[in-house]
Design a protein around this ligand. Structure first.
Ligand SMILES: *Cc1c(COP(=O)(O)O)cnc(C)c1O
Length: 383
């Protein structure tokens, strides 16, 4: 361990999660594995081969640079779909490399066409339509114009998909809005196909929608958080289990995050520990310094609240989270030594620190915590 912490990935957990999802969706629905934000902090380079082993052949990313990383990690042909950012000068590279990408406005459609002409290669586009999220997408009022434009330029534009994104399927409070979006999507799809457009792969659902609204699955689901073993929200989990006899979580966390004790100290009653005066030792305290702080993804909001595991004991974070370090209370851990393993997320003995407990203490979404996992640390895959 050269770096001060490392991430461990369990291939078995991924196998279980993907098998569960395939069972839910059935054979006719393809899974596009969403690996944006460095595969939700898991690591693109490590996750792609593991996902390939589970039969995944379609990957979704946010931007061009992630698409390149996915492509370099592939061992066999697969589809790479960019849902978001491509700078203008990378659109030709995207076409050249065979990436598929979302068209969410006319500017990008025109750019795609002009580059496809120059390259003499078809641009593979996914028409993203606006159905009520009001974030991005071709508006209903532009649809006729856009579809005509595509039909006139079919030589250079290949419609690989027709899609939209739902505004919060993880919360039951949005039910009406989601139903409206699905209705609108179908209406736009009908209009486009009636004009003669071959829509390609129809895709709408993210993780939450793919479970809660089976009708939103169409040909393909874009699944992020679930494949990593997390629920989009507590509500989604409750909705999923409500009609099941077995209320156990069918998903397993793939990721663990670990570090080591850097040094140990004895602190006397009445002394302050760490920066400022946020922690006053009420007794004689033994502390361990752990070399992970907010610059490495350990949120400052866990100051005086976070928990780690050392030698099978739960230990609380003392004082504020520093830029590169935390101090933890090991008074009740017998025989703790320098270099002992510290579990920040994951299991040790019978105990477990879940990402969920992070979010409970820190008011962060599990998405957010995962996305803040450091990029540049070692990832060990347990096959
Ligand atoms: C991130 C994202 C997804 C995946 O979301 P999850 O909730 O993690 O499944 C799907 N579609 C789009 C457009 C996204 O940006």
């Amino acid at each position: 361990m050269t770096k001060s912490s490392y991430i461990q990935l369990e291939a078995d957990a991924l196998r279980k999660n993907i098998a569960f999802l395939k069972r839910r969706y059935g054979k006719r629905v393809e899974i596009s594995s969403v690996v944006k934000a460095n595969a939700y902090g898991h690591g693109i380079e490590e996750m792609i081969p593991l996902l390939e082993n589970q039969g995944i052949e379609h990957f979704s990313v946010f931007d061009f640079s992630e698409a390149v990383r996915v492509q370099r990690s592939l061992r066999k042909p697969a589809t790479i779909m960019i849902m978001g950012w491509i700078s203008d000068h990378d659109i030709d590279n995207a076409i050249e490399r065979g990436f598929e990408f979302f068209i969410f406005n006319q500017e990008r459609l025109k750019k795609a066409l002009s580059y496809a002409k120059i390259l003499g290669k078809q641009a593979k586009i996914h028409l993203e339509v606006e159905t009520g999220m009001n974030r991005s997408g071709i508006d209903s009022s532009e649809l006729t114009e856009v579809v005509s434009f595509i039909l006139e330029n079919q030589k250079h534009l290949k419609v690989a998909g027709f899609c939209t994104h739902l505004a919060g399927a993880e919360s039951i409070g949005n039910h009406k809005r989601i139903m409206y979006q699905l209705k609108k999507y179908k209406a736009l799809l009908k209009r486009a196909t009636e004009m003669g457009l071959e829509p390609g792969v129809r895709h709408v659902a993210n993780s939450a929608a793919s479970l809660v609204y089976p009708k939103s699955r169409f040909d393909m689901v874009r699944v992020g958080i679930l494949q990593y073993g997390f629920w989009p929200s507590m509500e989604t989990f409750i909705q999923y289990t409500s009609d099941k006899v077995n209320k156990n979580d069918p998903l397993d966390r793939i990721l663990s995050w670990k570090s080591r004790i850097m040094t140990i100290k004895e602190v006397k009653t009445g002394e302050f520990i760490g920066y400022g005066i946020s922690y006053l030792a009420q007794n004689n305290v033994q502390t361990a310094l752990v070399p992970v702080g907010y610059s490495g993804g350990y949120s400052r909001t866990l100051s005086n609240k976070g928990r780690v595991l050392i030698n099978g004991h739960r230990c609380g974070v003392i004082g504020v989270v520093n830029m590169n370090m935390i101090i933890v209370d090991i008074t009740n851990v017998p025989n703790a030594k320098v270099n002992d393993e510290v579990v920040l997320i994951g299991k040790q003995g019978d105990l477990e620190i879940k990402v969920k407990s992070f979010s409970d203490y820190s008011d962060m979404l599990n998405y957010e915590i995962l996305a803040h996992m450091p990029d540049n640390i070692e990832r060990k895959v347990i096959l």
